[in-house]
Design a protein around this ligand. Structure first.
Ligand SMILES: [Zn+2]
Length: 409
């Protein structure tokens, strides 16, 4: 009996292994699968036949020949299943459904009041339920939900110890437990920058790279670090709080309780606050001031749009932020010596206006030998990297022996 059970689990492991390789390698052939898995061609033929019959793998036409017959290319059936993802931040929560190839079915942004954790989680779940109803995807085809949160998320217990950016009430909140009580789905809960780094590493500029730093320049600043193909979490999952690097001693009070942290001066909320305070004193012909006069207050998208005008208030504001963020990144690359630093989050949409002073500052403050060899690039995924990372976390779990129970039994 034990032998039979072992055999079953080996067979299942082989199927999951094959499925995972098909997922990670577009257009793979049966022959390549045999080479990668070291299973016999006959075993691969049998497993692929099963996976095609189950609706997980499909044939997508003939590939190039390398001498003999042209090989049939294989792909995951994208509609074999779907996954829900959510990136939670104070002012903007992104919720969506993707297929198994991470292609979005529907992604939306919602403004959810985060002050009270309990009602905030309830609202997130309600939005998810609305989304499922709208897309009309059968619930049995939804294989899980991934969530990315800001703050000190304990990697083992999935309790948010503290999340200054979400608000004062976010202390010791068992987010995974609360979500489990509301959603009857396998869940994956991750810290925002780690989720974003995973997405960039898997489908963005980090493909084929072993050592990557993803820097989120959003409402807070944080970094997800992958070294030697492994995510660095630290002892409890709190590695990467780059925004709380002190850059001005006795500077402005940060929401973490400390003073002069990088993000207390240059993250999105700080820049928006600063601009709204300073614009009344600005010259009347400034583009951003005109918008401020029209609307009564301006947001980060207004600042980024106005920054394209050289010498304007917004241009100077973003350039100054770029210079100080450059100091932060200089410290990070001196620490980790990555091959690439990918800049994501809303501020990265300022492109050259931000990047030029950032690179000048980086070259001034980092070891020249390290800076020379480090590529600094804007994220390929844009502002939703952590959302896709949350979805990816669920998909990766599905393709492991433990996580695959609701997909392949
Ligand atoms: Zn701080």
């Amino acid at each position: 009996m034990q032998d039979a059970r072992n055999l079953e689990s080996v067979k299942k492991l082989n199927r999951i292994n094959v499925l995972n390789i098909v997922r990670e390698n577009e257009n793979i052939s049966r022959q390549q699968l045999a080479e990668l898995t070291r299973l016999t061609p006959a075993a691969i033929t049998g497993i692929v036949r099963e996976l095609v019959e189950l609706g997980y793998v499909q044939e997508i036409g003939l590939g190039e020949s390398s001498g003999g017959r042209r090989p049939m290319r294989l792909q995951i059936c994208p509609d074999a299943g779907y996954v829900i993802g959510a990136e939670i931040t104070r002012n903007r929560t992104t919720i969506g459904i993707v297929d198994l190839l991470l292609r979005p079915v529907k992604v939306l942004e919602a403004e959810i009041d985060m002050e009270n954790p309990k009602t905030a989680i309830d609202s997130v779940v309600e939005k998810i339920e609305e989304l499922i109803a709208e897309t009309e995807i059968p619930v049995k085809k939804i294989h899980g939900a991934g969530f990315a949160f800001p703050g000190l998320l304990d990697i083992t217990t999935k309790v948010i110890k503290r999340s200054p950016s979400l608000g004062e009430q976010w202390c010791n909140i068992p987010v995974k437990q609360w979500l489990e009580a509301r959603l009857n789905l396998p869940l994956h809960v991750e810290h925002n920058p780690h989720a974003a780094a995973l997405a960039e590493y898997t489908i963005g500029k980090g493909k084929d790279i072993k050592n990557l730093v993803y820097v989120n320049l959003g409402e807070g600043f944080s970094a997800g670090v992958i070294m030697d193909n492994k995510m660095l979490y630290g002892a409890h999952g709190h590695a990467g709080e780059m925004g709380h690097m002190v850059v001005v001693e006795d500077g402005p009070l940060c929401n973490c309780g400390n003073k002069g942290c990088l993000e207390s001066i240059y993250a999105v909320s700080a820049l928006v606050r600063k601009a709204n305070n300073e614009l009344p004193l600005c010259q009347d012909n400034d583009g951003l001031k005109a918008i401020w006069q029209q609307k009564g207050k301006i947001g980060i998208d207004d600042i980024i749009a106005a920054a394209n005008e050289v010498d304007s208030y917004a241009w100077q504001l973003i350039r100054q932020a770029g210079w100080y963020i450059g100091i932060g990144i200089a410290n990070v690359i001196n620490f980790y010596n990555p091959e690439i630093v990918c800049l994501g989050g809303i501020l990265s949409e300022s492109q050259t206006v931000l990047i030029e002073p950032l690179l000048e500052s980086l070259n001034r403050h980092a070891f020249p030998e390290i800076a020379r060899d480090t590529r600094i690039e804007i994220s390929a995924i844009g502002r939703n990297a952590a959302f896709y990372g949350a979805c990816l976390g669920v998909i990766k779990n599905l393709f492991t022996l433990e996580g695959s129970d609701n997909m392949i039994s």
